[in-house]
Write a protein that binds this ligand. Structure first.
Ligand SMILES: CC(C)(COP(=O)(O)OP(=O)(O)OC[C@H]1O[C@@H](n2cnc3c(N)ncnc32)[C@H](O)[C@@H]1OP(=O)(O)O)[C@@H](O)C(=O)NCCC(=O)NCCS
Length: 175
C-alpha cells in the first residue's frame, strides 16, 4: 500500500468512496480543496486501486484541520485509515503546524477510537454540529512537542487542555 498526493485522474474513484462513507458531503467541496490545497489531499493506493483518502488543510498559523477521512468498505480494519492520518499529520508537522484538529460525529465510535489511538484528545462537544442535528466532538492533537495545547477555538475556554492520552504525535519513519 502506497500513500501519495491526489491527482485529478483520481476524482472518480475518490468520489465513489466518499459517497459510500458520507451522507452529507458535497463533491464540489473536494474539487475546491484540490484547487486550493493540493498538498493536503492524499490517497491510499493498493494495486493501482484507490482504497482510501484523507483531506487536510491549514486552518490558521498554528492549526491543521482534518476535513475528511474514508476507506473503502472492503479495505477497512487493515490499518489504512490510521496510516492516512499519520501521513496528513506528518505534512502538518513538516509545515511547522503546532497542532491538528477535527470534528467527528458523536455516533462514529469507530473513527473516534482510531483518532484516540493515534493520540487525538476529545476536547469538547459542538451541539448540533451536523446538518441533521447530530452533535460533533472536537478532537485535537499536538503535532509539535513544543506546543502547549490551548482551546484557541473557544475564547471562553482559556485553560490548557491536559494531554492525558499520550505524547505528541511522532512522525512515522515509513511514510
Ligand atoms: C473511520 C475509517 C476511516 C477507519 O478506516 P480503517 O482503515 O478501517 O481504520 P484502521 O484499520 O486504521 O483502524 C480500524 C480498526 O482496524 C484495526 N486494525 C488496524 N490495523 C489492522 C491490521 N493491520 N489488521 C487488522 N486490523 C487492524 C484497528 O485495531 C481498528 O480496530 P478498532 O476500531 O476495533 O479499534 C473507516 O471506517 C471509514 O471510512 N469510515 C467511514 C467514514 C468516516 O467515518 N470517516 C471519519 C469521519 S471523521
Amino acid at each position: 500500500m502506497n500513500i501519495r498526493r491526489f491527482v485529478p485522474d483520481d476524482f472518480e474513484e475518490v468520489f465513489l468512496i466518499e459517497q459510500e462513507a458520507f451522507s452529507d458531503h458535497d463533491t464540489f467541496v473536494y474539487i475546491n480543496f484540490y484547487e486550493m490545497n493540493m498538498n493536503g489531499f492524499l490517497v491510499a493506493v493498493k494495486n493501482d486501486e484507490i482504497v482510501g483518502f484523507v483531506v487536510g488543510y491549514q486552518l490558521n498559523e498554528n492549526e491543521g484541520r482534518i476535513f475528511a477521512l474514508a476507506v473503502k468498505d472492503e479495505y477497512k480494519s487493515r490499518g489504512i485509515g490510521t496510516q492516512l492520518v499519520h501521513a496528513i499529520l506528518k505534512i502538518f508537522y513538516e509545515n511547522s503546524i503546532q497542532y491538528a484538529g477535527l470534528e467527528v460525529r458523536i455516533s462514529n465510535v469507530r473513527a473516534q477510537k482510531l483518532y484516540q489511538r493515534v493520540g487525538f484528545v476529545p476536547c469538547w462537544v459542538e451541539k448540533k454540529y451536523y446538518f441533521d442535528g447530530e452533535d460533533g466532538i472536537i478532537m485535537k492533537i499536538r503535532t509539535s512537542p513544543q506546543c502547549l495545547l490551548y482551546a484557541l477555538d473557544n475564547p471562553l475556554q482559556k485553560q490548557v487542555i491536559p494531554i492525558r492520552n499520550g505524547p505528541a504525535f511522532k512522525t512515522p519513519d515509513s511514510i
